[in-house]
Design a protein around this ligand. Structure first.
Ligand code: F6R
Length: 365
């Protein structure tokens, strides 16, 4: 059932081109995005005042990426919240708010409770869910399924990637209807969106040997940081969670600009810092953060766009991702981070499909 792979996680990592394609393609018709299951008229979309994205863990991280992309393209304010916080703090949900609950299993207790809270306040809930017929799918007003297929490994990979894809679809659809991007811009974004599955495949085909080598250097690491700005911070959160949950290496994600407000105190000889640089307009700022941690002895792995030699010059190692629109880089940059945590865990000989203390679906609060 592992299809020749040593672990479910590796199989699922390799299933991502198909999972992302299966999530995107049925919603593209005649060079347009059609999301029937959204059940929102153009008028409803134009009247949106706010979007609340509520989820737990990795699904919350997809919401963070979604916030950057939706706000920038569709100019709708997006608040992202953890379900376990949202449900207990009497959230302000006004007319014109759309609540989006993101969940792979559709059974996460806090996410389900958050859904019920929103409905109680009379706010429409859209579920972005992977498991068909799950509790969240049944109780949400509308459901946009992510077609990742069954995910067995506890650490999510392909479901995460399909959630990101679903949020890109929403962002583009909203932007088009609201007229916040031009037709030409929409067309070029749509083209880039459709290329993501093959670009993910390219990373899987080309980067594994390099990542295995890098992972071998990480096995003895005790502390690690992931840094990035803008949407790269959202990707950093996911990279950091993946590493800690399956390799048990202590890891934290920080917006790169926050380093000097505290965490830089922890940087010492050989602290591992993974820096994400996929936003060209922010290269220089993050490069100066790399230089700051380097000069304190950190070992820096850069994950950046093809051609960013400035980042390579100041880093110990560099992984390049293929070129896409700056809004879509999470989909590509996360792949080497998943592989890295996978191979570090393999190197440590851990039971990585079932990491200690974790359950696939958290049905208790
Ligand atoms: C991390 C991971 C968890 C889940 C979280 C939410 O790899 O899998 O953080 O993302 O428990 O689960 P779902 O999406 O089922 O609500």
């Amino acid at each position: 059932e592992k299809g020749g792979y040593e672990h479910f996680m590796l199989k699922e990592i390799h299933e991502q081109p198909k999972a992302v394609r299966d999530t995107i393609m049925p919603r593209i018709r005649d060079n347009d995005i059609v999301i029937d299951e959204l059940n929102m008229s153009e008028e409803d979309i134009k009247n949106l005042k706010k979007i609340y994205i509520v989820a737990c863990g990795s699904a919350y991280h997809t919401g963070m990426t979604g916030k950057y992309v939706i706000e920038d393209l569709a100019r709708i304010p997006v608040e992202v919240d953890l379900a376990s916080e949202f449900r207990y703090r009497n959230p302000i949900l006004e007319k014109g708010t759309l609540t989006v609950i993101i969940s792979q299993s559709g059974e996460t207790a806090d996410s389900l409770a958050a859904l019920r809270e929103a409905k109680k306040q009379g706010i429409k809930v859209l579920g972005i869910v992977n498991v068909v017929g799950s509790s969240i799918a049944r109780e949400a007003d509308n459901v946009m399924y992510t077609w990742a297929g069954p995910e067995i490994a506890v650490a999510t990979t392909k479901a995460y990637s399909t959630q990101i894809a679903a949020l890109y679809l929403l962002a583009l659809r909203f932007a088009k209807v609201r007229g916040t991007i031009t037709e030409e811009r929409f067309d070029s974004l749509l083209q880039d969106l459709c290329k993501l599955p093959e670009q993910i495949q390219t990373i899987l085909d080309k980067n594994v040997t390099q990542i295995q080598y890098i992972a071998s250097k990480f096995v003895a690491v005790k502390d690690s940081f992931f840094i990035g700005r803008g949407v790269d911070y959202a990707t950093a959160l996911e990279g950091s969670l993946k590493l800690k949950e399956i390799s048990y290496i202590h890891s934290e994600a920080y917006p790169a600009g926050e380093l000097k407000h505290g965490p830089i105190a922890l940087i010492e000889e050989d602290t591992l810092v993974t820096a994400l640089l996929t936003q060209e307009s922010l290269y220089k700022k993050t490069i100066s953060n790399i230089v700051e941690v380097q000069s304190r002895g950190a070992f820096v792995l850069a994950v950046t766009n093809e051609g960013n030699e400035e980042a390579e010059k100041v880093s110990n190692m560099t992984i390049y991702i293929p070129t896409t629109d700056s809004h879509f880089t999470t989909s590509l940059a996360v792949i080497p981070l998943q592989l890295l945590s996978y191979y570090v865990s393999v190197g440590k000989g851990l039971d990585l499909d079932k990491p200690r203390n974790l359950a696939k679906s958290v049905t208790v609060e």
